[in-house]
Design a protein around this ligand. Structure first.
Ligand SMILES: O=C(O)CCC(=O)C(=O)O
Ligand SMILES: [Fe+2]
Length: 352
């Protein structure tokens, strides 16, 4: 069976304006219900009514173009060893290792990325470890930092709105997520999928833009341009193309939310395979804002979800330990043996 065949798969659209603005309790209840359905059936959602102005996303896209347009040597000047920050050159990461499987092609992913995020030092009243968060480096490009930080603040606001909706949808106290995300490890990974000019490609089968993986944390707010490439693993085990509708943001759940809900809400496997057009790949851009949770928070399955999935609950896990094991896979080349459930789903998809 061909895994790449399009199927009748669709990503639910949820309009969150009742939470962004002052919606009535009844309007909010409808949103929370739609979110619960989407999170328990697909794990990827198109979000409209988020309130991020086009000028802000245009600013982000232009900042990304300015940086990725530099020559490789200049970009490499912004590499940061041992932290999830700065420039990642093509083929230095392998996301599938974070999900516990070797890539079929044994080739690292060809995306390049630039990461910025929340720093421990911004919480002056807390004694946090800088190593759990990371320290930003900023390219010497006029207005880059402003444009990226403006988008970052907006993505953070949307992530906050989303976790308020999650609390209602899961029947939790309204401050449940605030308690585990009020000094969250948040990272914005700006991704560029492009091959160096002149690289000829004949087949796209073995080219991995970004290997199959689940996101690590609580929720991801994903801005992507409309070039094809993102594929999501459906419940039926087939890979499905996904691209955002005009003005919509994609959101998806990470492993920590799957742990909270004992997999009733899905941390969906996804990967990127940009299309090959006229012998080269079509350039594609995305920016993933990850809300990973407080480094010192312990994530345990919610009592209301312990019986889901035959009573097989996850062990409680410290956020920083979980993220470190995932990063050791994607950035450190070390197979993540703890990703048992993700690896099993991937192996099953590979047999189809
Ligand atoms: O490029 C995309 O659309 C997805 C990126 C992604 O999955 C990630 O950065 O974790
Ligand atoms: Fe991802």
């Amino acid at each position: 069976m061909n895994n790449d065949k399009p199927t009748a798969f669709s990503v639910p659209v949820v309009d969150i304006s009742a939470y962004v603005q002052d919606g009535t309790p009844a309007e909010r209840e409808k949103v929370a219900k739609a979110m619960d359905d989407a999170c328990s059936t697909v794990g990827f959602i198109q979000v409209t009514g988020h309130g991020i102005d086009d000028s802000v996303t245009d600013g982000l896209a232009s900042a990304m173009d300015d940086f990725f347009g530099l020559d490789l040597e200049s970009k490499k000047g912004y590499k940061v060893e041992g932290a999830n920050r700065g420039y990642t050159a093509p083929k230095t990461e392998s996301l599938s290792l974070s999900a516990g499987v070797e890539a079929a092609s044994r080739m690292n992913d060809f995306f390049e990325a630039y990461n910025v995020g929340v720093e421990a030092r911004s919480f002056t009243d807390l004694d946090l470890d800088e190593g759990d968060y990371g320290v930003n480096v900023w390219p010497q490009i006029e207005g880059y930092r402003d444009r990226v930080q403006t988008y970052f603040a907006e993505a953070s606001r949307v992530a906050y709105t989303l976790t308020s909706i999650f609390a209602d949808a899961l029947g939790l106290e309204s401050d449940f997520f605030d308690r585990i995300t009020d000094h969250s490890i948040d990272v914005l990974r700006m991704n560029n999928y492009a091959l160096p000019p002149g690289t000829e490609v004949t087949l796209d089968g073995d080219l991995t833009g970004m290997g199959e993986h689940t996101d690590f944390g609580i929720v991801t707010v994903l801005w992507a341009d409309q070039v094809r490439g993102l594929q999501v693993l459906g419940r039926d085990g087939a890979w499905n193309d996904v691209s955002p509708a005009d003005g919509a943001l994609l959101i998806n759940l990470g492993d920590l939310t799957a742990r909270l809900t004992n997999d009733r809400w899905m941390s969906t496997l996804h990967r990127v395979k940009p299309p090959v057009v006229n012998g080269t790949i079509e350039r594609r851009r995305s920016a993933a804002f990850f809300r990973d949770g407080n480094a010192d928070a312990v994530i345990s399955t919610l009592p209301s979800h312990l019986e889901y999935d035959n009573g097989m609950a996850y062990e409680p896990i410290l956020v920083t330990d979980h993220i470190a094991a995932k990063l050791a896979g994607s950035r450190g080349g070390k197979l993540n043996a703890a990703a048992v459930r993700e690896a099993a789903r991937l192996r099953e998809a590979a047999t189809r």
